[in-house]
Design a protein around this ligand. Structure first.
Ligand code: BEZ
Length: 226
């Protein structure tokens, strides 16, 4: 626990614009979110370079980098370490094999946030430490709006199936104007938004008689995934 536990912290909100910053990264200088206009971004922090859980997370992100790119999604990492520490750690990771992931190249940018400017803007410094970020994940849409936020503690590695599911779910909800039920996964039924007027309820009842719809109640209609 830290001395700063009761200090004011900035927490960006879901639905707000991603705070802007300029940073030095392992792939060169970055202007955020301007450099990523038109793309989804997963901006994530890790507590420190050369630590075991973070190493497994970086190996996993590297192994899924192509899958994210195919979803028009870029990865951006961050920790409160120097650029030289980042480069040395990424180079070391290039030599490891774990969990079926062999000698991964980390070719997404990792921000060197030694002054903690970005960490403070994104609420990444919390009660565990004054000098290292929690495991934060910000899902930012192609217009630079924050759409989902996850915070994990240092001791718990993130669930990468869930990180991918969040991108797939947000993209599906946007593309098809639907909502997604508990434990939704691609291919499973989606939810049609509830009607807002008496007339719309009647229309929904008619619609739900069609193939591929299942109406549990006037406000809860499932639709088969296409
Ligand atoms: C880790 O990545 O293993 C780790 C980092 C900071 C604190 C505890 C664990």
């Amino acid at each position: 626990m830290t001395e700063n536990i009761n200090q004011e912290v900035n927490f960006p909100l879901i639905g707000s614009r991603a705070p802007e910053f300029e940073a030095v990264t392992t792939q060169g200088d970055m202007k955020f979110p301007q450099d990523y206009e038109g793309k989804w971004v997963i901006l994530f922090s890790h507590p420190a370079d050369f630590t075991p859980v973070c190493t497994t997370e970086f190996m996993t992100f590297a192994s899924m980098h192509d899958e994210f790119r195919e979803l028009n999604t870029e990865l951006v990492g961050l920790s409160i370490d120097s650029i030289h520490s980042h480069l040395a750690w990424l180079n070391a990771i290039r030599g490891y094999t774990w969990n079926g992931i062999e000698k991964p190249a980390i070719d997404f940018p990792v921000i060197a946030d030694l002054k903690m400017d970005v960490a403070k803007k994104y609420g990444m410094l919390q009660g565990e430490s004054d000098t290292s970020a929690v495991r934060a994940v910000f899902f930012i849409d192609p217009k630079g709006v924050i759409r989902t936020i996850l915070y994990y503690p240092a001791a718990l590695g993130r669930n990468f199936d869930e990180i991918k599911r969040i991108i797939l779910g947000l993209q599906k909800a946007d593309a098809e104007s639907v909502a997604l039920p508990a434990n939704w996964e691609p291919g499973k039924d989606v939810i049609v938004p509830p009607p807002g007027t008496c007339g719309a309820i009647k229309e929904r009842m008619e619609l739900a008689k069609g193939e591929g719809y299942e109406m549990k109640d006037w406000f809860l209609t499932f639709k088969e995934d296409k």
